[in-house]
Design a protein around this ligand. Structure first.
Ligand SMILES: [Zn+2]
Length: 429
């Protein structure tokens, strides 16, 4: 829930029989949550409220509304793949109350005008809050710093900046960006990929790339950039966020940087917690993603790093593509997978069902910490969204999900934003 925005229905709701499993409020006993006037006003076993609508949540658990630090909404420019309306509907169905919209749109979100446009589209859609991410460099060109200050001062109040999709590979530019955002407590979110080491790369460099005869994307191309950026962030005393960590070595570098007390945070995607490069064996481009799926050993280490807090949070890197962009030969197909509607279920399977993380941990990694890293006020406050993990309907315009047909646990039953349901009974409210 948050203190601003377009949702104005102040009807009250009594969520009955729910188990609250969120940071700081863990308990096993089913209880009730009263939502009134746009916020949770009471929690207890015997609540009653005249006129309140009732949601029977017996057997369900409540988590704070999820927050995604890494969503590609594609609008403006690629409305054939996704719009703010369809992307945020998918987010709500996945249990999300807020998403950060990446800047690689057309035009690029590198000015106050574009970030304000995306921010307004999010308010109009109303399914969840949309916090625009600003580009680090003009046009994602990697040559000149974008207007970081004017985006920060705009109505969209941008705090996270990223050229995601591309790496800010010039070390001097990265240093300047890190220095610049210190003035307003901003953070630079880096897509760590050395461009020279990954020219033409198609999938993880290893046994599988050799077997398939496709150009490899070596782990060192990610790890070298992360190591450099951790050192730069430490040197200038600024905040670095590492996008979609995909290798065991990257997790080790981030663990080291954190042990030094440096301001480094990191995210991992649901797909990197569950899938491996073995899936490329059938040349199905639905498994083509950047950074690529890695090995079993990488997956195991990423899970461990998320469990021990080295990796702060789960972020979807929801990357919708129109059918024609994915239904081609592997080498021609676009990189990316959708993820908003399946993230919670995948995390349940990879982390909860394996005993690596409890539900309080999930609330922390999928709501509390991403809200903090994204500098969002009013989010990441348990409990806000009663959920049992997962989603039923497909709302994203695109269908490039690697999890279609895969058995995943749980489902999202309801999502609330500022006290108003955006999803009820697994469907858009
Ligand atoms: Zn990226």
């Amino acid at each position: 829930m948050t203190d601003s925005g377009p949702v104005t229905d102040n009807g009250s709701w009594l969520i009955k029989g729910v188990t609250i499993l969120a940071s700081g409020q863990q308990g096993d006993e089913p209880t009730s949550i009263l939502i009134d006037g746009g916020s949770v006003t009471a929690i207890g076993p015997d609540l009653d409220h005249p006129g309140a609508r009732t949601l029977d949540a017996g057997g369900l658990i409540a988590l704070p509304g999820l927050v995604d630090l890494h969503t590609h909404l594609r609008e403006p420019g690629r409305e054939d793949a996704e719009t703010v309306e369809t992307g945020t509907a998918a987010a709500a169905l996945g249990g999300y109350a807020a998403v950060h919209a990446m800047a690689n749109t057309d035009p690029v979100a590198d000015t106050a005008g574009v970030v304000e446009q995306v921010w307004r589209l999010g308010r109009t859609a109303g399914h969840c809050d949309v916090q625009p991410v600003g580009a680090v460099t003009v046009g994602l060109g990697g040559a000149r710093l974008a207007e970081l200050g004017t985006m920060a001062d705009s109505a969209a109040r941008v705090r996270v900046f990223s050229d995601d999709g591309r790496c800010v590979s010039d070390p001097l530019l990265m240093r300047r960006a890190l220095e610049y955002v210190k003035a307003f407590d901003g953070v630079i979110a880096q897509h760590a990929q050395d461009p020279r080491l990954t020219e033409g790369a198609q999938l993880n460099e290893g046994e599988m790339s050799a077997r398939l005869g496709l150009a490899g994307w070596p782990a060192v191309a990610e790890e070298a950039v992360i190591a450099r950026d951790c050192l730069l962030a430490a040197h200038v005393g600024s905040a670095l966020h590492v996008c979609h960590v995909s290798t065991a070595g990257s997790a080790e570098i981030i663990r080291w940087a954190k042990s030094k007390g440096w301001r480094v945070t990191a995210e991992v995607t649901p797909h990197h917690l569950l899938l491996t490069d073995e899936l490329a064996a059938g040349y199905d481009p639905v498994f083509k993603v950047n950074p690529p799926l890695r090995t079993e050993a990488d997956v195991a280490e990423l899970r461990r790093a998320l469990a021990d807090g080295t990796i702060d949070c789960v972020a979807t890197d929801h990357a919708p593509h129109p059918v024609e962009a994915k239904e081609s030969e592997w080498a021609e197909a676009a990189f990316g997978m959708t993820g908003l509607e399946t993230a919670l279920r995948v995390v349940q399977r990879a982390m909860v069902d394996t005993g690596l993380l409890d539900w309080a941990g999930v609330a922390d990694r999928m709501s509390v910490r991403p809200a903090r890293i994204g500098r969002l006020t009013g989010h990441g406050i348990p409990p806000a969204a009663p959920a049992e993990a997962v989603t039923t309907a497909g709302a994203s315009k695109s269908r490039n999900t690697p999890f279609a047909g895969m058995e995943l646990p749980g489902r999202v039953v309801a999502t609330f934003l500022r006290g108003v349901p955006t999803v009820l009974d697994g469907k858009l409210a």
